[in-house]
Design a binder for this molecule. Structure first.
Ligand code: MN
Length: 166
């Protein structure tokens, strides 16, 4: 069993009874759930995102996080071996997934396979929030090289337009 899982088991052993139930509150916050930055500043390009870890259970071997992207914001363009299961909870976005760009809206599902480039960009004036399920044990995301970006841009017109900000 990995160090990650052992560490989480220790943390969960100290779980307070109050954590069994955590109420949803204003502005898509949850009781007793820390409101965190998306990633450490300077580790990867992203804009205007917060992170809340809703479930982090070593028995499930997965985490469920809620990310929220402010208008004009975006997640990191990245790929990795681990996969994501995503459900949009509020707002709308364009999603780059592999060689395609698709619009998504509240309650849509996005399945992100291994080693597939992905990025979320908000659309409109509302925040875009999504649930993201991920394995507790996961590899470090890769960022695109100039060559990767060239390949992506040449794959499809919509992808090229999506990536015109780079
Ligand atoms: Mn990812």
């Amino acid at each position: 069993m990995s160090e990650n899982i052992e560490k989480l088991k220790q943390e969960n052993a100290e779980e307070r009874p109050a954590d069994l139930f955590r109420a949803f509150s204003e502005n898509y916050r949850w009781e007793n759930v820390p409101f965190l930055p998306y990633k450490e500043e300077g580790t990867a390009p992203f804009k205007a995102i917060s992170r809340q870890v809703l479930f982090q259970n070593p028995e499930l071997r997965c985490e469920l996080r809620y990310f929220e992207v402010a208008p004009g914001g975006y997640s990191t363009l990245e790929r990795h071996q681990h996969t994501h299961g995503v459900m949009i909870l509020r707002g709308a976005a364009d999603v780059l997934l592999g060689n395609q760009v698709r619009p998504v809206k509240t309650h849509d599902l996005v399945n992100i396979p291994p080693m597939t480039w992905h990025q979320f960009r908000t659309k409109g004036n509302e925040p875009m929030g999504f649930l993201c399920m991920v394995n507790v044990d996961r590899d470090r995301p890769q960022l695109p090289t100039e060559e990767d970006l060239l390949l992506l841009r040449s794959s499809d017109h919509a992808v090229a337009a999506f990536l015109s900000v780079y």
